[in-house]
Design a protein around this ligand. Structure first.
Ligand SMILES: C[S@@+](CC[C@H](N)C(=O)[O-])C[C@H]1O[C@@H](n2cnc3c(N)ncnc32)[C@H](O)[C@@H]1O
Length: 272
């Protein structure tokens, strides 16, 4: 089965996902920036998008930072063809970005991970301190208040109902609610704007990108540990993953749809 290690890599290879991140990076206009940090770079998909868009000179550096050594190893391997020694890999929590970056930088990119942070103020303040005056903080997330598109309500309830039924019928299991990952607070776009303002930044561009997600996207997100733990807490990964996958295929076929929309919030902020 693809995604046997329950990592994010399988999902991250989806074309629609690369495209939505590319739209954010294009919005940020990084071409003339010299020093850029890719926070929570994962397996390097966004790092590649950055490298493809900057004019590499001998003083260009992209700092790719993530707390996962496995993700960084994959990134190093996958970016060999393009990195041209411009990438510095750092294994560290985003909470400590200023420790990793000695001189201030032109831009900090943080894709699909800001929603994980319990203390967003501390991290955003540190990001601001790490930027040059006028420097850019560029991020996106689909896990915000508004990420679920209004036309997708029937899809989610049908999918989850079916997945739980399959889990019970095939494996005699149910999620253990007490083991639910402490639910991450989802911020509204206005909350994000306030968060930035409180910490020395202001919104320069903001968009909601509505993305039609094919069934492959949901099948692949069903092989990612964070998603599985969030939807089926306490259930063994393999059984939860298989139930989610079977259920989403049935749901697409019953609803007769080829895509289900999902919103991504895209923000480019600048240091005041
Ligand atoms: C959903 S992936 C996103 C990867 C990439 N930025 C992208 O947009 O495709 C989330 C990444 O955030 C990393 N991550 C989560 N919390 C982190 C933290 N506190 N410090 C550093 N990395 C973190 C994970 O290891 C994972 O690689």
């Amino acid at each position: 089965m693809a995604g046997n290690d329950f990592s994010f890599q399988t999902f991250s290879k989806n074309e629609f996902y690369g495209n939505l991140n590319a739209r954010l990076i294009d919005m940020a206009d990084l071409a003339s920036d010299r020093k850029i940090v890719d926070l929570a770079c994962g397996t390097g998909g966004v790092t590649r998008l950055i490298l493809e868009r900057i004019n590499q000179t001998k003083d260009t550096v992209v700092i790719a930072l993530d707390h996962s050594s496995t993700a960084l190893k994959t990134a190093m391997h996958d970016l060999k063809d393009i990195s041209n020694n411009a990438v510095k890999y750092v294994q560290l929590g985003v909470e400590n970005v200023s420790d990793a970056v000695k001189d201030s930088v032109d831009a900090i990119v943080f894709c699909n991970a800001i929603h994980y942070l319990p203390d967003k103020d501390a991290v955003v303040a540190d990001i601001c301190n790490t930027l040059k005056p006028g420097g850019k903080f560029v991020f996106n997330t689909s896990f915000y208040e508004g990420g679920q598109h209004e036309d997708s309500t029937a899809f989610y309830s049908k999918w989850m109902f079916k997945a739980m039924k399959i889990l019970r019928r095939k494996y005699g299991l149910s999620p253990v609610r007490s083991e639910k990952v402490q639910s991450r607070q989802q911020l509204t776009p206005k909350d994000y704007e306030d968060l930035l303002n409180r910490n020395g930044l202001e919104v320069f561009k903001q968009e909601v990108d509505t993305v039609p997600v094919p069934v492959e996207g949901w099948l692949d997100i069903s092989t990612f540990s964070d998603f599985i733990e969030g939807t089926m807490p306490g259930v063994p990964m393999d059984k939860a993953s298989l139930s989610l996958q079977e259920a989403v295929k049935e749901t697409y076929s019953e609803l007769g749809v080829s895509h289900v929309p999902r919103n991504w919030l895209d923000i480019v902020a600048v240091k005041k």
